[in-house]
Structures are given as C-alpha cells and as structure tokens.
Write a protein that binds this ligand. Structure first.
Ligand code: C5P
Length: 408
C-alpha cells in the first residue's frame, strides 16, 4: 500500500486537506499526518485522526511521538511528502532550510519526493520573498500543484487559491506511480542567452533568463529521459538530474550540441544571439579622449535549430523550436517551422500587454505539421510538463510506425 505523509500548515484552506484525505483513503492510499501549530487553528487533530484512522503528529518534542515514530521514521515510511495547504511561512521555511517544528524538520530530513500545494493571499503569493522561495524550491525539484486563480476567503480575487482536492489527488497519483515514458531516450535542450565577445571584457547579450529551457530540461528528466542541457550564462540553478554544459557563444553552443548527438529529441529554447562581432579585439578596446566610438562589424551566427534539423542521419527524430513573436504570431511561427526545417514550433505572444515575458504564466500555441493547437494559459512549469508529455507520445508513435514499417 502506498503511503503519503501529509503536512497540514496554517491557512483557511486547511479544511480542504480533509477532503483530500478522504479521496486518498478512497483510493487505498495510507495517510500519516503532521499538523503544524498554524494548521491546528483551522482543523482539529481529531477530524484528521478520524479520516486517516491513524495518530496525528504535531510535536517535535513529544517523547511518545519520538519513541513511537520519530521525524526520520515518519518520512522514511512514506512514499511521498505532501504539504496541503503550503502557507507562505511554510514555503519560506522550506526554502531557507529551517527546522523549528516537526513539519519543517521532516521536510528538511526527508529524501522522498515532496509536493506542495500553496495557498495564500494574492499579495503574499506575488511578494518577491515568496517568488524567491518558490524558485528555490522548484530548482531543488520540489513538485508544485496550483495555486489557482479565483475568489479567496479574504474577499479578494486573484492567484493564490489552493488547488482543488481532486487536482492535488491527481498530482499525488502521478507522483506515486512515476511513469518514465522517456526512459532510454536522450534529449538535448538549449537554454538561456548567448554572450558574444566584443573584447575580453565586453559582450553582446540579451535578456533571456533560461527559465523556460531549464524547466523543459527538468520535465524531460522527470519523464525518465537522459537530458543534456546546453546553457548560455544564466543566473538560475541547474535542473536536478540533468547534465549541463555551460557555454558562452553561439558557436560554442552549436559545437556542444553537435558533440552531444545522437539525441532522440532536441528542444531549442535558447535565445541565441543573431550576430557576433566579426573580429573581437584581443585586448580591451581603449577609449581615447575625443576619438570616435569603435564601429562593430557583425556577422550572422549559425542557426542551431536549423543546423540540428538538417543533420542528416544524425538528425534527432523530433526537433522543437520556439517562436516569441509580437505580431502575426501564428503566421510567423508556421513560416519559421518550414524555414528552419524543425518539426514543432512552440509559439508565444510576447507583447508586453500579455504579461507573459518575465511573468509566471504562459499561453502557447503548438505548431506542428498537423496544424495549430492553442493551449490554455498555465504556469510556465506546466507548459514544460505538457510539452515533455507530448514529446514522449510523439516518440512512442514514431517508434510504433518504424516497427510497423520494418515488419511490413
Ligand atoms: O529566428 P528566431 O531567432 O526567431 O528563431 C527562434 C528559434 O530558433 C528558437 O527555437 C531558437 O532557440 C532557435 N535559434 C537557434 N539558433 C539561432 C537563432 C535561433 O537555435 N542562431
């Protein structure tokens, strides 16, 4: 029998944890519970005990709890640790590695997968401190479900409402039965900007953060792929379980990509500089008083996506590119797919009014030979997860067709 260790932290949404317990028990999942001091303000140990049919743990210091089941044993016995609701305080403590009560101590000590379902007021959710905590937790491989947008208990409307218990249940079930449809596959992902030197201290660059590419690499790894991530200079953590090659220039990115072949799939999410300086100076260019600024002669960089799409027998079975457009998005994306010779283009509208650039949510269209699919607005990490899932399906179909052809 699978076992979940459920941590209920403070917040009005804590009552929904009871419904989640009911759904888990219905599905035959055993549930041990840790109730934080804040959580106990909203649900009682008795209701959790009645629904889980197990003792509810709350104190780090209770000698009986420690002797019956210490915090290490609590997490050791579970297949998955789930925090519902995850308050802003709990997320901040997790990110900082604090261990000042039973829940945070378990979370620091566990080596099991962790799923958090954040719930809080919209301003707490969008506060830079919570943003930073979430970025840290995601980079560490913590799974996240929700929050959702909607009316909140505090009479406000916005992003921060706890995901529905059925959505949390689905996320738990997916993690309890990890499927690895990409096991044995090699995925190559490019991410981040490139830096093109002007002289030893100056360079041309762009504002790409690498978040989209890195989250795709993480999502592919989660589905069991061996992932090679070729990344330009970024300020975010390496995705867990991924081999990262750090490069600076487009030419280095191309060399690292071709060296990583063969691959079953290539996802080019990097914002490669279109041009590089023809002849970077070998010494720092001096600014002489009164002298004219240096003229920069530029040459086009290699197109990595187009090159990978045309590597003959070494071509990955599936090559995916990105198109960030500000006008006539779909026409441009379709034209780009043909021009670059790739199989799919993930197109997004990056006009400032969409709030997508630098934002939390993304709304993409998947452009394939079969047509255009509009995906709903969702967190960027969910776009990565869904894309990885689609890649797994496409490679499976391609393999089935190959086998059928070989047998014909
Ligand atoms: O032509 P454009 O830069 O709009 O194309 C975007 C797509 O092409 C992205 O997938 C990007 O990673 C890829 N690209 C590339 N090498 C370049 C330029 C773009 O791989 N030199």
């Amino acid at each position: 029998m699978k076992r979940v260790l459920l941590i209920v932290s403070g917040g009005i949404a804590a009552y929904k944890a009871l419904e989640l317990v009911r759904l888990l028990r219905r599905d035959g999942v055993a549930v041990s519970t840790v109730l934080t001091e804040g959580g106990a303000q909203f649900v009682t140990p008795l209701s959790l005990q009645a629904l889980t049919e197990e003792k509810v743990y709350s104190s780090l210091w209770s000698l009986t709890d420690e002797s019956e089941m210490g915090h290490i044993q609590l997490s050791r016995a579970a297949d998955l640790v789930v925090v519902v609701p995850a308050s802003a305080n709990m997320l901040a403590k997790m990110a900082a590695g604090l261990a000042d009560d039973l829940a945070s101590t378990v979370l620091l000590a566990t080596d099991k997968p962790v799923l958090v379902a954040p719930a809080m007021n919209v301003r707490m959710w969008t506060h830079p401190a919570t943003r930073a905590a979430m970025a840290t937790l995601r980079a560490r491989g913590v799974h996240v479900v929700g929050p959702e947008e909607g009316a909140m208990a505090c009479n406000e409307y916005g992003f921060g409402r706890l995901a529905e218990p059925t959505a949390i249940l689905a996320a738990i079930q997916a993690l309890l039965q990890p499927s690895h449809p990409l096991a044995g596959r090699h995925a190559l992902v490019t991410s981040g900007p490139t830096h093109e030197p002007i002289d030893p201290v100056r360079y041309l660059a762009n504002r790409s953060s690498g978040r989209q590419g890195h989250s795709i690499a993480a999502a592919l790894a989660q589905l069991g792929a061996r992932v090679t991530l070729v990344s330009g200079p970024v300020g975010i953590a390496d995705p867990p379980g991924v081999t990262v090659h750090r490069i600076e220039t487009a030419e280095q990115m191309l060399a690292a990509c071709t060296a990583a072949l063969p691959a079953d799939v290539a996802v080019c999410a990097a914002a490669v500089a279109d041009w590089r300086v023809t002849a970077p100076a070998s010494a720092k260019i001096k600014k002489a008083p009164g002298a004219a600024p240096p003229a920069l002669a530029l040459v086009p960089n290699p197109d990595i996506l187009a090159t990978l799409s045309a590597t003959g027998s070494m071509r990955p079975q599936l090559v995916v590119g990105f198109a960030a457009e500000t006008e006539d998005m779909l026409e441009h994306a379709q034209a780009k797919r043909t021009r670059k010779g790739c199989d799919w283009i993930v197109a997004n509208d990056v006009r400032p009014e969409t709030g997508i650039m630098g934002g939390e949510l993304n709304e993409v269209h998947l452009v394939t030979a079969a047509g255009i699919e509009a995906w709903p607005r969702m967190p960027k990490s969910d776009v990565a997860g869904r894309l990885a899932q689609r890649i797994a399906e496409a490679l499976d179909i391609a393999e089935a067709l190959d086998i059928a052809e070989a047998l014909a």
